[in-house]
Design a protein around this ligand. Structure first.
Ligand code: ATP
Ligand code: MG
Length: 552
């Protein structure tokens, strides 16, 4: 599949910057906080940042924005790197950590204090809120605002040395308590947090805020275009204030675009964590999760996810994108690339009474209907086969194009058969169908006089393999679970997972590699589970149906 660089307003800005000479090289960064797994929204941000760097011959850094140690962990640091690579991107040089710049950031905080542009404030959280004012009322100056440079330097040093408790003091920029932009009302630069950090251990007991850290990290790395989502638009004046007032070595600029919010999907890490911690799903990589690792396990492909990110464009507005567009991109990719195979999910035994017990024909079928280069597979044909119970009825009207008692159907890639009788259990359920083959209905010129209308899939009972099939569907049944009435958990789709233990798959699928995707003919797209699939115990996850049934 072709992925063309998205034409978007960010590309226009970059082209102008290159043309005017503001920058000679494009440097972007993807800055996740390692406090969860990456999700589809991050995939969009990754495709924007890495995509723009790639399209403009520049580079993109991967930087962990690890300024908030409580919720961060090594597990997330590792999963994020694996996910970025899986999506098909490689960051420039080594992975970077905001925490590696803690000393430089602290030195800059000291610099601001020396310039009389930052002060230590003793207001507690509640008082600070009162002093801050509201959107319609200006704030008031903190009583600690006029402390001398010497006193501030002394107090900041003692904050760093651990002399004060959490919440007792903060370092604030001295900007403007009357600014109409709340972010400019003497924002906090440093907080006391007596927690160990996954990278810096117990070296620090004060940690910089996102606002004080982000732009300066960009400047240290020579980032030219710092791309983030719209909620940071109001922070841009502050971003620029720090860059203007600090002796930084380069001048990054911030640009914002609209967050990706697919319908039927949650993209808040906090809520995704609730699904994991509450056992609603089996983990961050549960195939129903919108996480990159969940989509991977579901059988979504990196190419299709990238294609989707391109298709939806990059805009300056936050809107909901129909999740059907993502599903469309997945289907399109798999239709083009997934080998075909046969599986019977709800098996019903069918005995071909005219077919000798010891007979075995090695039929063949193409792996793909239009891509000959993908070759063929062997399909052993035997007297006993499985068909899907939904593909048989004792009686049916003409609309039913599958097997009916006394009527004919074609077995996909094999004979036309005709059903003769049924065997029932004590409760009257059909447990076996007896049928016979129609001569001369396979090979180059099948000469069947009566062309059957239907084609159904089958698997040899003696040569096929029993498999576990996990039928996944959308996790939420509400279009916007986040905004629907009540709790988002109230809108879980009760049918998001059905496990079928006793499905049957054609023998060639025993050689399926974990993560290999297939189209099970007439059933949908499936993938061999990344962790649980083996030749001894095949496990397939349903990726997506052949058609969009939600919008029917
Ligand atoms: P959350 O608020 O759920 O914790 P976040 O946005 O804070 O998510 P980060 O790890 O800080 O998560 O995000 C890294 C980058 O990915 C940021 O630049 C952020 O703007 C971007 N990003 C996160 N979610 C989306 C989304 N839904 N659409 C586009 N970009 C996103
Ligand atoms: Mg964030």
């Amino acid at each position: 599949m072709e992925t063309t660089p998205a034409s978007n307003f960010l590309q226009t800005i970059i082209s102008d910057d290159l043309a005017s000479g503001r920058v000679t090289e494009v440097v972007t960064r993807f800055p996740p906080e390692p406090n969860g797994y990456l999700h589809i929204g991050h995939a969009k941000s990754i495709s924007v940042n890495f995509g723009l760097a790639e399209a403009n011959g520049g580079r993109c850094n991967l930087r962990f924005d690890d300024t908030n140690p409580e919720k961060e962990s090594q597990e997330f640091i590792e999963s994020i790197q694996a996910d970025v690579r899986w999506l098909g991107y490689q960051w420039d040089g080594e992975v970077r950590f905001a925490s590696a710049y803690f000393q430089q950031l602290y030195d800059w905080a000291v610099y601001l204090v020396e310039q009389g542009q930052a002060y230590v404030c003793d207001l507690n959280a509640e008082q600070a809120r009162e002093y801050r004012g509201t959107l319609t009322e200006p704030g008031r100056n903190s009583p600690y605002r006029e402390r001398s440079v010497e006193e501030n330097l002394d107090l900041l040093g003692r904050m760093k040395a651990g002399e004060f408790g959490e919440g007792e003091k903060v370092l604030r920029a001295k900007i403007d308590m009357a600014s109409p932009n709340m972010n400019m009302r003497d924002p906090i630069l440093y907080r006391i947090r007596k927690v160990a950090h996954h990278q810096t251990g117990t070296d620090w007991v004060i940690y910089p805020t996102y606002d004080f850290a982000h732009g300066q990290e960009d400047a240290i790395e020579g980032v030219t275009h710092s791309i983030c989502t719209l909620e940071f638009e109001d922070h841009r004046p502050l971003y620029d204030w720090f860059i203007d007032n600090l002796p930084v070595q380069s001048r990054p600029r911030q640009y914002e675009f609209g967050r990706l919010n697919p319908s039927f999907t949650i993209t808040s890490k906090r809520k995704l964590k609730m699904l994991v911690d509450g056992g609603v799903v089996a983990g961050w990589d549960d195939p129903r999760m919108p996480t990159v690792s969940g989509m991977r396990r579901r059988g979504y492909t990196p190419a299709a996810i990238r294609k989707f990110c391109d298709m939806i464009g990059t805009t300056r507005s936050d809107g909901v994108v129909d999740v059907a567009m993502l599903e469309f991109a997945i289907r399109e990719d798999l239709n083009e690339n997934a080998p075909r195979a046969m599986a019977v999910i709800n098996p019903l035994k069918l005995v071909l009474t005219d077919y000798p017990e010891d007979k075995l024909e090695e039929l063949t079928a193409p792996h793909h209907p239009s891509r000959e280069e993908l070759g063929e597979r062997l399909l052993p044909f035997t007297r006993e086969i499985y068909i899907d119970a939904d593909d048989f009825r004792e009686e049916a009207n003409k609309k039913y194009k599958r097997l009916v008692l006394g009527k004919r159907v074609r077995l996909r890639n094999a004979y036309v058969i005709e059903a003769d009788e049924v065997i029932k259990d004590a409760d009257g359920n059909v447990v076996e169908v007896h049928a016979h083959t129609i001569a001369n209905t396979i090979g180059e010129n099948p000469e069947d006089g009566i062309k059957p209308k239907g084609v159904i899939q089958w698997v040899s009972a003696s040569h096929g393999k029993q498999a576990e099939v996990r039928l996944y569907d959308r996790l939420f049944s509400h279009e916007s679970p986040d905004r629907a009435e009540g709790d988002f958990m109230d809108h879980l789709n009760p049918e998001s997972l059905r496990v079928v233990e006793g499905a049957w798959v054609e023998p060639s699928l025993v050689n399926a590699q974990p993560e290999q995707g297939f189209q099970f003919e007439r059933e949908g797209y499936f993938v061999a589970d990344r962790f649980d699939h083996s030749a001894d115990k095949p496990v397939f996850n349903k990726t997506i149906g052949l058609r969009d049934t939600w919008n029917d």
